[in-house]
Design a protein around this ligand. Structure first.
Ligand SMILES: Nc1nc2c(c(=O)[nH]1)N[C@H]1C(S)=C(S)[C@@H](COP(=O)(O)OP(=O)(O)OC[C@H]3O[C@@H](n4cnc5c(=O)[nH]c(N)nc54)[C@H](O)[C@@H]3O)O[C@H]1N2
Ligand SMILES: Nc1nc2c(c(=O)[nH]1)N[C@H]1C(S)=C(S)[C@@H](COP(=O)(O)OP(=O)(O)OC[C@H]3O[C@@H](n4cnc5c(=O)[nH]c(N)nc54)[C@H](O)[C@@H]3O)O[C@H]1N2
Ligand SMILES: [Mo]
Length: 763
């Protein structure tokens, strides 16, 4: 990571003039088409890339490796600008070969931008770090597996290893990976959802007994009101725009709740509707934009509940009494709690006038069927769990769960992050652990393992000595970049299973391996023939995905094969038939069918063109909570206003042109930004109060819970339409500001949307 900021941040270096101007066009319109063209052209993929759009998200093709938004089976073409960018990035004809590594030391590469690293193309063969030359050199697969096996067998305890997963992994690979970790003897299975939707899982489990949403796309099509909270749909779940545009066309109310008015929250040209695109015919995608204070969502939900209870005084039917009585617990206590919360407190904490909260409440009252959807703007806060539970409280009041067109609907991130959890990526023992042991003949650990934050702490205190990264880019994704990097450097061995070169290959342990794998778009040929894998979308639909393209290199192995290779080298006496599973993935699916609830008949189920839905008991109003009912939560109202007026609450978010740590360009089209990533968006009055002018260089200093301070220098201050006291900038650059101690005590999620900072002109 460069010490001095350079224009473009971790994206491409640019000396092009930066600019900031409001975006007035519809989301997903010609700007999107042009951007797709540019990316395909840049990656020299115009012809094959265009073809790839037609098989993406199609029953016979592969699942878009981008976001987890479900495929719309009614569409023959279901793709978006960012999905195309993402796929093209994987399909690039550029290759990183051994000659490349022979030419560059790791120290030299560490000075490159993250864009330049990934832009070298696809990794082609296993490499091992050679300390003498400070270079990566080729290593055979068997030798690489032996190296991992030796290191793992040499540890004093299995808990000295940590097995990270990024949400790209298929269900099959994930299941095999957790089997490896658990048979080896540890629950140290941190994953990206520790930074993403951990709060949603915990909250929904407590409220409704299962950690997932209850809606599917058909519900989205039937809802009368949709509340979209804390998500930048136009960039991060662009295919949601189709659902939102359909909703407004049929007269449903769409309310966006976000400190920023994001592009997808005003008008859109539906991504796949070429005719509308040609005619510039935009559809409105919202009826209301509520610019809540950062972290003020719980207060807003409670205010809306207050509106419901007030209305019930004159018309008791606004509450679904039959549902409340039969299916819920703690209703009266919640009613008392809401009554005891005054409007003053609600409006102050939400940062919204009472009239606006009442309007939102009225939208909720007017709708027979309501869905509330949310993403990171809700979860990456101290009170993320309480907020998701408050969202559920509000839905329960009017029986908005377990009937068509209604329910909670978390918007997941990575394409298979939800499936990863379903298939056992969890640092806590999964509920089906006994079954796993019985079916697989192993003894899984019953103690809690390490999540992401605790893995970093473990590296520092010496208790984590081997780190395996199954996809992802741990050093940049995790908080407190410098601290995480120092932790990784203390380990004995880091193993990164990747498709592209990234920062986590350069910030490594004493020994280090890069193991290159097939991507989602590529053919996976095993002994029994071409293999398919399955993924689960954000709405619990599981379906098969088959790569269509020739692998980027003959040397690549599938993630399944890599996991099996590591397993055989680590557990020589294992009775698990690792290779037999890899030879034919159906065999592993038969095991998964026996272990995972809802996967009975797995191999048959995936023959249905659209796949199958994992049964979600809460959808049927069966609540597996201690009381057997949906439980209202009774959270105290959090104080989200900093005591010191000088402190701003900074959120770290994605630009339009990035996929998490992969940055395609230094532009953020819908926010009107060109050629700049080291920026901080501020409210105009907050800028004035600090004597800052547009584009001026500022230093941003965060104060961690443990009192330590971190500073990023020379970021440009830009005025933006956000509430006073709120600020925004880009991840992963801004992870440098998030202290390792700054995670939620409710979810253990790093506070990536709630960093207390001070901003002052650079000296
Ligand atoms: N193209 C693309 N698609 C992606 C990704 C990507 O990087 N690129 N990443 C994928 C992943 S892994 C994930 S998890 C998702 C992330 O999807 P998002 O959650 O959309 O991700 P962010 O860019 O972090 O944006 C957070 C949003 O929450 C809002 N917000 C911030 N604080 C608050 C708050 O206190 N209250 C409310 N109501 N809103 C708030 C922000 O203004 C912003 O609109 O996207 C997935 N899809
Ligand atoms: N400050 C801040 N930090 C954040 C967030 C935030 O909002 N703010 N968001 C957090 C969230 S929600 C998430 S999900 C994490 C993301 O964390 P990660 O999932 O760890 O990171 P990615 O950037 O998605 O990983 C990119 C790398 O994955 C590898 N890769 C791509 N495709 C494949 C594949 O098919 N197989 C394998 N094995 N590897 C592949 C490539 O080598 C690429 O370099 O970041 C988190 N960090
Ligand atoms: Mo995520």
């Amino acid at each position: 990571m460069p010490d001095e900021p350079r224009q473009g941040g971790f994206g491409p270096v640019t000396d092009g003039a930066w600019s900031s101007s409001p975006y007035h066009h519809a989301a997903a319109s010609w700007g999107a088409a042009k951007s797709v063209g540019t990316i395909l052209f840049q990656q020299r993929e115009l012809v094959r890339g265009t073809h790839s759009m037609f098989v993406m998200n199609h029953p016979t093709g592969y699942d878009c490796p981008g976001c987890a938004w479900p495929d719309d089976k009614k569409l023959t073409l279901d793709f978006c600008e960012n999905g195309v960018k993402h796929v093209t990035w994987e399909m690039t004809p550029k290759r990183v070969k051994r000659e490349f590594f022979a030419q560059h030391t790791v120290t030299e590469l560490a000075d490159w931008t993250d864009f330049d690293l990934e832009n070298e193309g696809r990794l082609t063969e296993p490499m091992v770090y050679d300390a003498a030359s400070d270079k990566y050199v080729p290593i055979g697969w068997d030798e690489a597996f032996a190296m991992v096996g030796d290191a793992l067998r040499g540890l004093a305890s299995p808990n000295e290893a940590s097995f990270y997963t990024s949400g790209r992994l298929s269900n099959e690979a994930t299941f095999l990976y957790q089997l490896l970790a658990r048979e080896y003897g540890t629950n140290n299975l941190p994953d990206c959802s520790n930074m993403c939707h951990e709060a949603s899982g915990r909250a929904l489990s407590a409220s409704i007994g299962t950690g997932k949403g209850t809606c599917d796309l058909a519900d989205w099509e039937e809802a009368d009101a949709l509340f979209i909270m804390g998500v930048n749909a136009a960039s991060n779940a662009p295919r949601m725009l189709t659902a939102l545009a359909d909703a407004t066309r049929r007269g449903a109310q769409v309310v966006h709740i976000n400190p920023l008015v994001e592009a997808g929250a005003t008008k859109t040209i539906v991504p796949h509707e070429m005719v509308d695109m040609a005619l510039f015919k935009a559809t409105s995608v919202s009826d209301m934009n509520i610019q809540v204070r950062p972290g003020g969502d719980l207060a807003l939900m409670r205010g809306m509940a207050k509106v419901v209870f007030e209305a019930a005084e004159s018309d008791p039917t606004v509450l679904d009494s039959a549902f409340l009585e039969q299916y819920t617990a703690e209703f009266e206590a919640y009613r008392d709690l809401v009554a005891a919360t005054g409007w003053d407190e609600i409006t102050t904490q939400a940062g919204l006038p009472e009239a606006e909260i009442r309007r939102a409440g009225q939208v909720y009252l007017d709708a027979d069927r309501t869905i509330i959807a949310w993403c990171l703007g809700i979860t990456q806060h101290e009170h993320g769990v309480d907020t998701v539970r408050e969202i559920t409280n509000l839905l329960l009041l009017r029986g908005n769960i377990g009937r068509p067109g209604a329910g909670p609907s978390p918007v997941r991130g990575h394409s298979n992050v939800q499936g990863n959890r379903t298939c056992g990526i969890d640092h806590r023992p999964p509920p089906w652990t006994d079954k796993l042991d019985e079916v697989c003949g192993i003894v899984s650990p019953r103690t809690h393992g390490l999540d992401t934050v605790n893995t970093v702490e473990g590296m520092h205190d010496g208790s984590v000595k081997v780190f395996v990264g199954m996809g992802g880019n741990f050093v940049l994704a995790a908080p407190d970049t410098a601290y995480t990097a120092a932790g990784l450097r203390k380990t004995e061995l880091t193993v990164q299973v990747s498709t592209k070169l990234n920062r986590s290959h350069l910030v490594h342990g004493r020994k280090a391996l890069i193991l290159p794998c097939l991507g989602r778009t590529e053919k996976d040929e095993q002994v029994a023939g071409l293999q398919g894998v399955t993924v689960e979308d954000a709405m619990s639909m599981v379906h098969i995905s088959r790569g269509k393209r020739r692998p980027a290199s003959k040397e690549l192995k599938s993630e399944m094969a890599i996991i099996a290779g590591i397993a055989k080298a680590t557990l020589p006496d294992s009775r698990t038939p690792w290779q037999w599973y890899v030879d034919d993935y159906d065999r592993l699916r038969d095991v998964m069918a026996k272990v995972l609830p809802g996967f009975e008949g797995f191999n048959q189920l995936i023959k249905n063109p659209g796949g199958f839905r994992i049964p979600q008991p809460a959808r049927e109003r069966v609540f597996h909570t201690p009381s057997g009912r949906a439980e209202f939560s009774l959270a105290p109202m959090p104080n989200v206003i900093p005591a010191d007026e000088d402190v701003l609450i900074l959120q770290t978010m994605r630009s339009h042109d990035q996929w998490n740590t992969t940055i395609y360009s230094a532009n953020d089209r819908y926010r009107g930004i060109k050629n700049l990533r080291e920026l901080i968006f501020l409210n105009e009055d907050d800028m004035r109060a600090r004597g800052l002018t547009e584009g001026e260089f500022v230093d941003i200093t965060s104060t961690s819970r443990d009192g330590s301070e971190r500073t990023l220098r020379r970021f440009r201050a830009l005025k933006y339409d956000l509430p006073r006291g709120a600020a925004a900038g880009y991840m992963p650059e801004m992870n440098a500001l998030i202290g390792i101690a700054d995670y939620s005590t409710q979810s253990d999620q790093p506070l990536m949307k709630n960093v207390a900072v001070r901003v002052a002109a650079s000296v």
